[in-house]
Design a protein around this ligand. Sequence first.
Ligand SMILES: Cc1cc2nc3c(=O)[nH]c(=O)nc-3n(C[C@H](O)[C@H](O)[C@H](O)COP(=O)(O)OP(=O)(O)OC[C@H]3O[C@@H](n4cnc5c(N)ncnc54)[C@H](O)[C@@H]3O)c2cc1C
Length: 248
Amino acid sequence: MGLNVCGPMLIGHGSEEQKAYYLPRILSGEDIWCQGYSEPSSGSDLASLKTAAVKDGDDYVVNGSKIWTSFAQHANMIFALVPTSTEGKVQQGISFLLIDLTSAGITIKPIINLEGSHELNQVFFANVRVPKRNRIGRENDGWSVAKYLLQFERFSMSSIELRRLLSRARSMAEQSSEDGVTLADNLSFQQKLSSLEIDCQAREASEQRLLTQLDAGETPGTISSVLAAISSETLQRADELGLEICAY
Ligand SMILES: Cc1cc2nc3c(=O)[nH]c(=O)nc-3n(C[C@H](O)[C@H](O)[C@H](O)COP(=O)(O)OP(=O)(O)OC[C@H]3O[C@@H](n4cnc5c(N)ncnc54)[C@H](O)[C@@H]3O)c2cc1C
């Protein structure tokens, strides 16, 4: 979250002071970031957020809770979307805050998934004071910052991960033999695996194009949404292939 999304977001929308303070801390690993977007009753309909921030002197006072917060148990900072106004369109009443997870009033509770591992959490905020200088951009303009950040998040799954998965699938299929015949000898299996490998190569080419674009100072734009959709679909197909190998 730090290197892939928070850093690029700070470069695009942070003040000079915020960039000078936070960017080196991301590179050194001093700050580990997590993402506070989702709430128990706000998922796809993100603009319906309820964790509100109320102004009090030089601070905001934050109350509510964020959910599905990946790796909050390892993080010391969270970037969060919080409503700061109830007037007008909901998207125009949200601010983007950087919150120190060691602040008084924050509790992190683990959510253990079906396979028993701990990635997800629920983060509770009870009268948490956040300095106004920790706001990114203007008050009530957090929605544009959030959308900007998502452009980077959507393409952060690299094809290297997929390539590793496919090469593991290939070597496992070559081993799982039944009467000397391996799954890798099966024509239908070969077709599925080759089709995934071709898609992986195509994805890699798009990724390289995107990186060249970023190098030239451009933003990822809509291509990152396309890559996110393709990645989810390709990963599902790779997982189905994995199940086929296990069942052989
Ligand atoms: C592994 C994992 C890690 C995550 N990590 C984080 C994190 O670190 N930080 C964070 O903030 N969030 C995180 N999330 C949350 C994720 O972004 C949410 O799951 C997402 O916002 C969707 O919300 P929801 O799960 O409440 O689903 P819902 O919004 O309830 O959607 C459920 C289903 O209904 C469909 N649906 C919803 N609205 C409509 C509609 N209007 N029309 C038609 N269909 C609709 C959706 O497509 C979906 O299939 C994580 C999720 C997962 C699975």
